[in-house]
Design a protein around this ligand. Structure first.
Ligand code: HSE
Length: 430
């Protein structure tokens, strides 16, 4: 058998400890599959004394993670520190400059610096791999870059944040308000240290920008992701959506029409019979549409020790086998700088919820605003709004452009009968 592949692990949180545990527990099987043992030489974390439930006694301890890059007994650095900049980025640059393989779960760093790191990796002949960065244990990076490599991909979308999926699923199942469930998600350890990255859609946007680059052969454009989270979603929306045959999910959606790139993260109404609607709790799910393969659907656990460690070690096995293509499926110079699509002209159906004073003529004002901008109503429900005591009006539109719907909403918002900010959600019709 060939000599071992020797790794250094930076960051020993849930995932780092999970990688050490997985490499120890399945060592013999992994060596047979990889053609060589994969061993840990050195580890680094902030707190040396914390009990992590795994024996780290045989590994060298390094206080400054960035030193892992220069160690002679480390062939591959596994970065599990997190953060788009700081030590994670320094470690990435040093490892790659040293011509060593770099494996990371750091979606934020890739969204911001992925192209530079990939270009440096190409220049240095160093593998850069990141299966764990998107959708945890689901092999969606491999799915897109290898399984779908022969296809033109027109659309990739899915549920990329377990925290949001958990919150929305639990609000629906237990009839709880958003704030209560967010506190639970933090206690359960799903949410990021700063939960706004989860609930404001930023984590999903990081992951989506990476998937879009891979799927479309495009340069990463994280700043081009129109990003909204789930703070505005109320239990009333979940109930009304359900009554209309939908479930609300935080969807990351990227489309490439051959010319432009559209990327959006938004709370959307997903038809109950769509496979995304069935991915509940903290699950992640990704759908991708290829011109020859059709729609592929991936589902599984997107976070946590076991799934994320599984993805990291899959990358290590590839490196041990010598299977490492360009980080984003083609050389960085071949990735296209796609212009951003015009969101205003996109057409679709919309869910609108307004909180209004319950008096004669209000409904007529609302429907007039839609009429004035050429938007036709498919269905309309009026109920008492428990939170405010006012009336809640929910409308589903027929297909209209986003610009028309936004103009209608702006007109409605100008009415003194509208007592709260209007809520608009997209309906997933594909
Ligand atoms: N906070 C992320 C999530 C963890 O909730 O999905 C995995 O990236």
């Amino acid at each position: 058998m060939s000599p071992p592949l020797r790794i250094g692990i930076a960051g020993l949180g849930t995932v780092g400890a999970g990688v050490a545990k997985l490499l120890a527990d399945n060592a013999e099987l992994i060596a047979r599959r990889a053609g060589r043992p994969i061993t840990v030489s050195a580890v680094s974390a902030r707190d040396r004394n914390r009990n992590r439930g795994v024996d780290l006694g045989n590994y060298a301890w390094v206080d400054d993670a960035t030193e892992l890059a220069g160690r002679d007994d480390v062939d591959v650095v596994v970065e599990l520190i997190g953060g788009s900049d700081g030590p994670a980025l320094t470690l990435a640059r040093r490892t790659i400059a040293a011509g060593k393989a770099f494996v990371t779960a750091n979606k934020a760093m890739l969204a911001h610096h992925g192209l530079d790191l990939a270009a440096a990796a190409e220049g240095a002949g160093a593998p850069l791999k990141y299966e764990a960065a998107v959708a945890g244990g689901i092999p969606v990076i491999k799915g897109l870059s290898e399984g779908m490599a022969a296809n033109r991909i027109a659309r990739v979308y899915g549920l990329l944040n377990g925290t949001c999926n958990y919150i929305l699923s639990r609000m629906e199942a237990e009839r709880l308000d958003f704030a209560v469930v967010l506190a639970e998600a933090q206690a359960a350890g799903y949410a990021e240290a700063d939960p706004s990255f989860d609930i404001d859609g930023i984590d999903t946007a990081h992951k989506l920008s990476i998937l879009a680059a891979l799927a479309f052969g495009a340069r990463i454009d994280f700043d081009g992701v129109a990003t909204e989270g789930i703070r505005a979603v109320e239990l009333a929306d979940i109930d009304q959506a359900r009554a209309l045959g939908f479930r609300i999910k935080l969807v990351g959606l990227a489309e490439h029409d051959g010319g432009t790139l559209f990327q959006r993260v938004h709370a959307a109404l997903v038809p109950l019979d769509h496979p995304l609607a069935a991915a509940s709790g903290a699950l992640n799910a990704v759908a991708a549409e290829g011109d020859f393969v059709g729609r592929l659907f991936f589902q599984g656990r997107g976070a946590g020790e076991g799934p994320t460690a599984s993805a990291v070690v899959a990358d290590l096995i590839d490196i041990a086998r010598g299977i490492t293509g360009p980080a984003f499926g083609m050389p960085v110079a071949s990735l296209a700088p796609l212009p951003r699509a015009d969101a205003a002209s996109r057409r679709g159906r919309y869910y609108l919820r307004l909180t209004v004073t319950d008096r004669p003529g209000v409904l007529a004002e609302l429907t007039a605003a839609l009429r004035d901008h050429g938007v036709s109503i498919e269905s309309l429900i009026q109920r008492g709004h428990a939170a405010s005591g006012d009336a809640m009006v929910v409308m589903v539109t027929h297909v209209a452009s986003e610009a028309e719907v936004l103009a209608s909403l702006a007109q409605m918002a100008g009415s003194d009968a509208v007592t709260g900010p209007p809520v608009m959600m997209h309906i997933l019709d594909f």
